[in-house]
Design a protein around this ligand. Structure first.
Ligand code: BGC
Length: 259
């Protein structure tokens, strides 16, 4: 099936048409800056422009940077607060004129990695961490997702919220060298490990392609690998989620990733 996959991030909105049977992109990957302030109306307008650009009229899957509980946004860390309590899929369907399905961005990136990527055939506990404007997490046990883990907001033992200490935007804004940011990110991963004991950790988001630059600073017991889809996992996973919703309905937690 062909679905327009959209990854709405705090900084950029990335889009491509995805073949859900293979996970491959069927179009160029486009990126537009996330409007500021990132209000529902402003993002809705941008999405409409993206849909027009792709000449798209079919189903759309969106990975969104918020906890999405049964279609309702519950948090808004890097987007406008007016999203909280909003039925986002319904709103974006109205704005774009297409059927839209929305889930948390890290959760959908995790779906792509579990089905086609670094977590494929991986039983046990797999933790996906997406590193971008914020820190997103997705947690799988034997291929089943525990949805909406918001572990980027965990407070570390230094009293700082993880995503304000070790995200990609913190690295860029503070001009941190890899040897300065690497230990920060390691502090975050080792904290997560001490609480969850994953068997495998998969890193997504913009810096996943740079894993070699900071992997020497990672001391977790669990192996840490880059997402096979790198920064495209969110786009692919959003499309997979939409396909599943179209076929079976239900919520993201009822999705089964065959392992
Ligand atoms: C949000 C999460 C999101 C993550 C990555 C966090 O600030 O609370 O929902 O998954 O950023 O975008």
């Amino acid at each position: 099936m062909q679905i327009l996959g959209i990854d709405v991030g705090g900084t950029g909105i990335k889009t491509a048409i995805v073949d859900t049977t293979t996970g491959l992109l069927l179009s160029e990957r486009n990126r537009i800056a996330t409007p500021r302030p990132a209000t529902p109306e402003a993002i809705g307008k941008t999405l409409k422009a993206v849909v027009d650009q792709h000449h798209w009229s079919g189903p759309i899957g969106i990975g969104f940077p918020a906890a999405i509980q049964h279609g309702i946004a519950r948090t808004a860390a890097n987007i406008d607060n007016s999203f909280i309590g909003m039925p986002v899929a319904k709103f974006f369907s109205e704005q774009t004129g297409c059927p839209v399905y929305v889930a948390n961005d890290a959760d959908v990136a995790g779906l792509a990695e579990m089905r086609f990527g670094a977590g494929k055939d991986h039983a046990g506990v797999v933790l996906i961490v997406t590193i971008g404007t914020g820190l997103g997490t997705a947690l799988f046990i034997d291929g089943h997702l525990f949805p909406n883990t918001e572990l980027g907001h965990l407070y570390l033992e230094n009293g700082i919220e993880a995503e304000r200490y070790a995200s990609e935007s913190v690295r860029v804004v503070n001009n941190l060298k890899w040897k300065e940011w690497g230990p920060r990110f390691n502090r975050y991963l080792t904290t997560l490990e001490s609480l969850l004991w994953p068997d495998l950790i998969v890193l997504g988001g913009g810096v996943s392609k740079d894993l070699g630059k900071f992997s020497p600073m990672i001391t977790t017991k669990a192996p840490v690998v880059a997402a096979s889809f790198l920064n495209q996992a969110g786009i692919v996973g959003a499309a997979l989620f939409a396909e599943e919703q179209l076929k079976n309905g239900g919520d993201i937690q009822s999705m089964d990733i065959s392992i």
